[in-house]
Design a protein. Structure first.
Length: 389
């Protein structure tokens, strides 16, 4: 099942509350690796947080169960739902499973498992209604972040050991391209994998002035899968052809030191900035002043930064991967670059072609208007309603 674009935020006003009232579901527990307050939180955590907030506002009792956040309270009430953060980076998985075996929740208490590489094996300890959010297959990401032995174990767990347990489970993913990989690489049944695109925060709107000179922005965690080392080299290549170009890579992560060293080695300090984590207002301003937003990522379930920028009237140049193929409409809201081809070539083309850039910006705005968190939360709950029914 795929949820197509075209509906606005107003179309879902009141619908979620009606679905909840008719369903008999009164509480939902969401189990996830990390909380939105975690320093390493990214798109998966934002997605869970926004859905939990929408469900809570519509009258559901929602609890988010995650690993602990360093230096933060174990429990917090936030945006209408309760977050419980216990267990270490890896210890949270057996903790949550043991809690599930002890409680054996079922009936009016629904469960959402967020499978982010390592599963919680919810089919073993929770009866339906139960829904799994699986944003994308991790595949080669294991080798990027773990030692050889742990990477081999993680890959086997994701691709071989866990899938048979989940083949009777309803799975929600973000994009058609991710759905195809989940079916093909994990062997999930097509009729059980459903697509519900993520929303966009209302604050992302057009406004202000574009930068005076050609300006490129990328945003995300500074981690290996984003491949910012490749992006920096591509930006350096683009700079040689567009001398006035400036750029910024916004975000924080453990690769900062290596990326700063690379920037220095390539002589890019004067025009390429790495400002770290920025405020919400600064993020919006960055998208608005950019002429182009870009991503060199190897794996994404969607590409939230690309649709956030689209909502600010900024087209994209991004790698042609699952997830990006849905967040960017090829040659409509941006340009997708196949693996092995030059991001720099397409960045330069879009920077230099004012008509193409203007057309894609307008089309990006139109597309972004169809992506709302109200819609996402409603369609996600509709899947739970179908399971209970």
């Amino acid at each position: 099942m795929s949820i197509e674009g075209g509906s606005s935020r107003d179309d879902y006003t009141g619908e979620l509350s009606s679905l909840i009232n008719a369903s008999g579901v009164r509480t939902i527990t969401m189990v996830a690796w990390r909380d939105i307050d975690d320093p390493e939180a990214g798109g998966s955590e934002l997605h869970a947080h926004r859905i939990a907030s929408q469900w809570a506002a519509a009258g559901l009792g929602v609890t988010m169960r995650t690993s602990m956040v360093p230096g933060a309270p174990e429990s917090v009430e936030r945006d209408g739902y309760r977050a419980v953060r216990r267990g270490g980076r890896y210890g949270v998985f057996p903790q949550v499973m043991m809690e599930g075996f002890r409680s054996r929740r079922h009936g009016d208490d629904a469960l959402v498992e967020i499978w982010n590489g390592m599963p919680f094996f919810s089919p073993l300890w929770h009866r339906e209604p139960r829904l799994v959010f699986l944003h994308h297959v991790h595949a080669e990401m294991w080798d990027m972040v773990l030692s050889r032995g742990l990477a081999r174990f993680g890959n086997a767990l994701e691709s071989t050991l866990a899938p048979p347990l989940y083949r009777r489970t309803t799975i929600m993913t973000l994009s058609e391209s991710s759905r195809s990989e989940i079916i093909q690489q994990l062997g999930m049944h097509p009729e059980r994998v459903h697509v519900v695109p993520p929303g966009i925060e209302p604050r992302f709107t057009p406004g202000g002035e574009k930068a005076e000179n050609p300006h490129v922005v990328a945003l995300g965690r500074l981690v290996p899968v984003k491949r910012y080392d490749i992006l920096i080299r591509e930006l350096v290549a683009a700079k040689k052809r567009v001398p006035a170009l400036t750029a910024e890579i916004i975000g924080e992560g453990y690769e900062r030191g290596a990326l700063e060293d690379l920037r220095v080695a390539l002589g890019a300090e004067s025009w390429l900035s790495l400002p770290g984590r920025v405020s919400d207002a600064e993020q919006v301003a960055a998208y608005r002043r950019a002429w182009v937003v870009t991503s060199s990522s190897l794996r994404e379930g969607w590409g939230m930064t690309l649709t956030e920028a689209a909502a600010c009237g900024t087209p994209a140049v991004a790698t042609d991967i699952a997830g990006h193929r849905d967040s960017v409409r090829r040659d409509v809201t941006g340009i997708l670059v196949p693996e092995g081809e030059s991001l720099a070539d397409e960045i330069v083309r879009l920077l230099e072609d004012i008509d193409l850039r203007g057309t894609m910006a307008a089309q990006a705005l139109d597309y972004a208007s169809t992506l709302t968190w109200e819609r996402t939360a409603t369609e996600a709950f509709r899947l739970l309603t179908a399971l209970k029914g």
